[in-house]
Design a protein around this ligand. Sequence first.
Ligand SMILES: *Cc1c(COP(=O)(O)O)cnc(C)c1O
Length: 223
Amino acid sequence: MIAEHLREVRENVAAAAKSAGRLASDVSLLAVSKTFPAEDVLTAYEAGQRQFGENRVQELAEKAPKLPADCVWHLIGHLQQNKARQALEYAAWIHAVDSLALLRRLNLLAAEMGKAPKILFEVNVSGEESKFGLSPDEVSSVVEAAKGGPCQPVGLMTMAPLGASDEVLRAVFGGLRELRDRVARETGVALPELSMGMSGDYRAAIAEGATIVRIGTAIFGHR
Ligand SMILES: *Cc1c(COP(=O)(O)O)cnc(C)c1O
């Protein structure tokens, strides 16, 4: 089932890219394996998948050592500062840097540990109270502060409101793209990656320029 779903999702991602006038190769598929056991991840690995996303550090730390070393792990969930060291041990990508304090902590520890993960800044584009993420106005100053490394700022990430209409989805995802363009201009940091789109909304995200879609349910099933 997982291999079959993966094939379908890859086809859908390619079709969505094509209908947006983009190359399928410009959108990478992150398979979100949270709550699913290592065996399921291995099945996806055997079907050719290498990029995997987890939203909790503890689960990442338990799962990653059970899988082949060429899996690339992305931490996609909110990260508490006291878990930053463990996150850096396993995650090559950290998608949800959402404060200056967390950025500073990650850079300090990464320098000490000899790590240089790719980082994305989570932005609360829709302004929902319940969401983590920087407000759009804060992003430039945090990206500016990331210039010294060693963590490598590569892009922005967002989550759309659950159950939003296509119109709202396009506004949120398009908003992240426009914000990225503005922040890149203001800071001189390129920020090529836009991590946006999940099982229910990845087509809209791809239409608005997503370069990474984070898909769990459509590949592994319901949690
Ligand atoms: C769980 C999760 C996803 C994947 O969601 P699905 O709807 O299962 O595809 C994507 N991004 C984040 C941050 C998540 O926590």
